[in-house]
Unconditional design. Structure first.
Ligand code: PLP
Length: 404
């Protein structure tokens, strides 16, 4: 963020650093274009007209505020703290990503760009961005590994129906990593036309701060909602962490409330003792990835590791730099949930509450299952339900049949 905001432990310094993490570690052709984004965002974030425009779309189009739902059945079943769910799954497009995609699209428009460009893995970011592009009136170009294009067919169809161009990337492993390089290559060659829209609180400054700011509406709403409903702040917040945007979105408004425990949940996949996981905060080491200093799951040469999670939206070998900092200063705890625990939590929430969560969000629910019974009945937990599980139902049904 900028020097015009009061500096705090919870804001980046002028160079985009959160303690030793963050910054903008860029190849020379990208330095000026990304600095232009930082300058434009610094201005927009202080402009009431920009903020009003975004707030208006969040209310009229996304359907905000999202509900803060008291999960009474789940609470009774687990026998401990009262469990509230922040229902980002009820947003238009079914997840939290639309919050920051609209922010990025409005900023692109303000900067006079004509095209949004991004990479996508499972396609969730691509669909949310194509939606924002259609609404705001921008072209949209999504780079996607050829393997992912085949695997994520329904999302490819959605993006194309929304008017986006999907570019299959045939280089190397034909996956997310190559899609990132491909999209950045196109962007670097024509930064006057394109706005690069990153899909989480990752990448070079200003993206980790900017995407957090766009998502912070989640926590501001939750804070007001719990105060109205219970007359006090919660005892604990729980959210799944991939890159970390839905988590920081919920956490940001509570960071200065020292009595609120804050917990991020990472994918332990098939277990932390093998290499089939994506537990970057838990097992990663400091490194440089996608333009930022952060914690990274990497090999001895600094190459990012192959990662795994049952939830494709959180299998990322890095993490937002602010998370690495929040752990280092002892403000946020990071725990893990395995694929198996996540599948159990997915079914439990579905059966108890009639709410089918995204597998990403089910990681947060898995930790609630562990935490709630250890707390007294007058304690309060808020978990972020980052998205709905419609995209995951066939996969889960297959897994359950195979396990029978
Ligand atoms: C993409 C996605 C995530 C992971 O991204 P974060 O930046 O870590 O929030 C989590 N939940 C859902 C539903 C997603 O689509």
């Amino acid at each position: 963020m900028t020097a015009t905001l009061p500096h705090s432990l919870y804001r980046a310094d002028a160079s985009g650093r959160f303690g030793e993490f963050g910054g903008a570690e860029l190849p020379p052709p990208l330095v000026a274009p990304i600095a232009e984004v930082a300058a434009a965002y610094a201005e927009a974030s202080q402009d009431p007209a920009f903020q009003d425009q975004l707030q208006s779309l969040l209310a009229r189009y996304v359907g905000r505020p999202s509900l803060l739902y008291f999960a009474e059945n789940l609470t009774r079943h687990l026998g401990g703290a009262k469990i509230y769910l922040k229902r980002e799954d009820l947003n238009h497009t079914g997840a939290h990503k639309i919050n920051h995609c609209l922010g990025e699209a409005l900023l692109a428009k303000r900067m006079g760009k004509t095209k949004l460009i991004a990479e996508t893995g499972a396609g969730q970011h691509g669909v949310a961005l194509a939606t924002a592009a259609a609404l705001v009136g921008l072209e949209c170009e999504i780079h996607m590994g050829a393997i992912d294009v085949a695997k994520q067919h329904p999302n490819v169809v959605r993006m194309e129906l929304l008017g986006a161009t999907v570019v299959p990337v045939e280089a190397g492993g034909r996956s997310l990593k190559e899609a990132v390089d491909s999209a950045f290559g196109v962007y670097a060659a024509a930064p006057d036309e394109y706005f690069f829209a990153i899909g989480s609180v990752v990448g070079p400054h200003p993206y980790p701060s900017m995407v957090r700011d766009f998502q912070s509406v989640v926590g501001r709403e939750a804070r007001a909602q719990i105060l109205a409903e219970e007359g006090r702040l919660p005892d604990a917040l729980v959210a799944a962490v991939g890159g970390g945007s839905n988590a920081l979105g919920l956490f940001d408004a509570f960071l200065e409330d020292d009595d609120v425990r804050i917990i991020g949940v990472e994918p332990a996949g098939e277990g932390l003792d093998g290499d089939r996981h994506a537990a970057t905060m838990t097992l990663g080491t400091p490194g440089t990835l996608h333009g930022m200093r952060t914690k990274v799951l990497q090999d001895a040469d600094g190459e990012p590791s192959a990662v795994h999670s049952i939830a494709s939206g959180i299998d990322y070998p890095g993490v937002g730099p602010q998370h690495a900092h929040l752990e280092q200063i002892g403000r946020v705890e990071y725990v893990t949930a395995t694929d198996a625990e996540t599948l159990d939590a997915f079914q439990l929430l579905t059966r108890q509450e009639g709410i089918i969560p995204a597998l990403e969000s089910a990681h947060a629910v898995a930790h609630v299952v562990e935490l709630a019974p250890t707390l007294p009945g007058d304690a309060i937990i808020i978990a972020n339900l980052s998205g709905r599980g419609d995209k995951d139902v066939d996969f889960v049904a297959d897994r359950l049949r195979a396990a029978e």
